[in-house]
Write a protein that binds this ligand. Sequence first.
Ligand code: SAH
Ligand code: SF4
Ligand code: F3S
Length: 474
Amino acid sequence: MIYMLTPEREKAKVRTKNKVQTKKYEISDNLRKLGLGKTYHIKTYGCQMNVHDSENIRAILEEMGFKEVDDMEKADLILLNTCAIRENAHNKVFGMIGRIKHMKEERPSLIAGICGCMAQEEGVVEEILNKYKWLDIVFGTHNIHELPSVLEKAMNSRSLEVQVYSCEGDIIEDIPVKRDSKYKAWVNIMYGCDKFCTYCIVPYTRGKQRSRNPKDVIREVEKLKTLGYKEVTLLGQNVNAYGKDLDINYDMCDLLRDVAETGIDRIRFVTSHPWDFTDDMIDVISEYDNVMPYIHLPLQSGSNKILKMMGRRYTKESYLELFHKIKDKVKGASITTDIIVGFPGETEEDFNDTLEVVNECKYDSAFTFIFSPREGTPASKMKDDVSFKEKEQRLYKLNDVINRYAKEANEKYLGKTVKVLLEGKSTKKGSTLAGYTDTMKLVNVKTSEDKIGEIVDVKITNVQSFSMDGEMVE
Ligand code: SAH
Ligand code: SF4
Ligand code: F3S
């Protein structure tokens, strides 16, 4: 019998008082040779957290000797770094697992595995053990640093190796990283989430809230600056709650100020929970030129009844008050949001409350979703009598309004000159490069490729709902 460590939902729910330690990443010399002469391919689903985790996984694999290939068909090792937030994310992954099965039938030496948030789900791992036993490895979000040893066991035994912890462990510093960009970087400031919004699976898949030590965050930003990075995005499910779990008296305002003082050109942060957004935070954002005037402020719903059922701990009124405070104090701020339609019990009237908030806030843009019941969450057990068709219609209606305001917000930029960090080639015909403004607007520009990585002045000449075109101001 092979030893397996599978996730348990009941344990994942628990918030222990265990003190979180900070440890250093280590890899033994023999594991550094395991991947020599072999190739890997990793597919990433989900949020920035997962994107950044994949940057760590790639570096770990390369330290072991593996080389990255773009073509999955040519890889000796395939990893799917998965997301569990909605059912369609699930379905995509199981679709891909089906494709990999065919590849493995043709090439039995292929090693395939899943990691990320789906690997933390009890039901998913059960399904894998029942139907997809031919997979080689399953590891979770809490033990990315153990990938080398998990991989070694799977390669030696040539059988499925499952190693997923139900609960979070320590914070591991100095995990190597192979970043996607040379100019902008993701920087974790905290892990996990303790908010337990009733619809959300993240507190189960990512564990309890754990803030990194400020000095480790600042050290990372300083190093990035030295390496020539122009932009950092501080990452957490709930960045405004940063530091609340630390023994020292130090919060998100302190961190933002200290990161701003490093002098790196651009600082962003996601995601802000409206509940923890303090006036001091707004002051810090407006005080520093290198803290970008861009805030993602998820609304989820504009109905007080639904917000209460979601466990969001703010009301439509307090959200609007915060929204206007930010708009008043942070000059030219762009604010984006997330909205869920069709939460259990959402009536036409509740939905209209959401539209009302959208009409008042006129967001720069928004991510909109149909509620997706997630196994084990309180909302998945709530009575839901609105048809899917009706929910779809609400989503279309909402998207129409959102897109109209997005275009309106962009139109204000016509003729203006803005700063753009040119990140790389544009996908748009007739443009060469693309990048983002301080306010996170995508801009296509015609200019020479040696400008990649620079923050330049661009005059906006044309706008659409989701992007703009501009000309370099020499
Ligand atoms: N920590 C962030 C959200 C992370 S998840 C916050 O609190 O704002 C990203 C978005 O996915 C959420 O804002 C929400 O709009 C959406 N989402 C989460 N769970 C969902 C579910 N079960 N069904 C539909 N959308 C969901
Ligand atoms: Fe999910 Fe709520 Fe935590 Fe965001 S704050 S990750 S929506 S539980
Ligand atoms: Fe998905 Fe996990 Fe992020 S569920 S949205 S990848 S934290």
